[in-house]
Design a protein around this ligand. Structure first.
Ligand code: HXC
Length: 263
């Protein structure tokens, strides 16, 4: 594990070719409150992983019992409007949502406020049976600021998103699953193992198809249906410019497992 003294982000590599990066939020005494230093270290880590060709998939997780308790309230308390409305405040908060490589959130406890928003920036969310999701900003006299009103609405629908944001009511893992906020609920002791297994599975796919697939699915939240369908079709055509597309189809016909090369 690559841990600098005081590192708020821990980085491990998994897989024979180090194709899965495990990023652990590491500020347990503050319940992984997402202070500026932690978010800067997270952005730097993602920059590093994005340019590392060996890394195909990122898994992000927290500490036992807590994924992240949100933005750092102690850091925010003294700030006034002029300081928050201009950089560097929240400068790094959209870095995770801009990651080109697939990211799996393994949520092992509280994912509140910015913690829930961080999870929603990921492509797949697995929750432990002890996970708790919520947007409690309203109880602090403020509102979500990193996608809580927007991504939550698009994911669980307006009525539940509105209720969560207006009341701060938290969802259990089972409720989050039912609402479509998470993909799977897994016993806490198996959560990381399952997330890493899924990451390895994705890492075995064509890297180009993976990136294009992520772009196409994400477009569904950002554009009209007709524009999204056209975008998907164009990206589908683009896979025919790759060797991996031929490799995959050929392997199917030959009844063999495909070995994708990223060409
Ligand atoms: C700063 C935090 C914190 C936070 C916890 N701590 N959450 N510090 N910011 N978001 C600190 C506590 O002050 C305390 O410090 C220590 O962590 C342990 O916290 P406890 O509350 O004693 O732990 P516990 O009883 O286990 O409860 C865990 C918890 C609770 C349920 C997660 O801490 C909690 O409700 N936290 C706040 C959740 C929240 O409101 N999040 C939204 C933040 S606003 P001391 O010094 O006493 O040991 C937000 C806006 C995002 O996210 C906008 C976009 C960027």
């Amino acid at each position: 594990m690559a841990a600098e003294p005081g590192a708020m982000i821990l980085l491990e590599r998994h897989g024979d070719g180090a194709e899965v990066a495990l990023v652990t939020l590491n500020r347990p005494r503050a319940r992984n409150a997402l202070c500026d230093l932690l978010m800067t270290q997270l952005a730097d880590t993602l920059d590093q992983l994005e340019t590392d060709d060996r890394v195909r998939v990122v898994v992000i997780t927290g500490q036992p019992g807590v994924f992240a308790a949100g933005a750092d309230i102690k850091e925010m308390l003294p700030k006034e409007f002029p300081a928050v409305v201009q950089p560097p405040f929240l400068q790094h908060w959209d870095r995770l949502s801009r990651c080109q490589k697939p990211v799996i959130a393994a949520v092992n406890g509280y994912a509140l406020g910015g913690g829930c928003e961080l999870a929603m920036m990921c492509d797949v969310i697995y929750a432990s049976d002890e996970a708790v999701f919520g947007q409690p900003e309203i109880t602090l006299g403020t509102i979500p600021g990193a996608g809580g009103t927007q991504r939550l609405c698009r994911t669980v629908g307006r009525p539940l998103a509105m209720e969560m944001c207006l009341t701060g009511r938290k969802l259990t893992a089972a409720e989050a699953l039912q609402a479509g906020l998470v993909g799977r609920v897994i016993p806490a002791e198996k959560l990381l193992e399952e997330a890493l297994k899924t990451a390895s599975r994705i890492a075995a796919m064509s890297p180009i198809a993976t990136v294009l697939c992520k772009k196409a699915v994400n477009a569904a939240h950002q554009t009209s249906l007709s524009a999204g369908l056209q975008y998907e079709r164009d990206l589908f055509y683009a896979t025919f410019a790759t060797e991996d597309r031929r490799t995959g189809m050929d392997a199917f016909i030959q009844k063999q497992a495909p070995v994708f090369t990223g060409k």
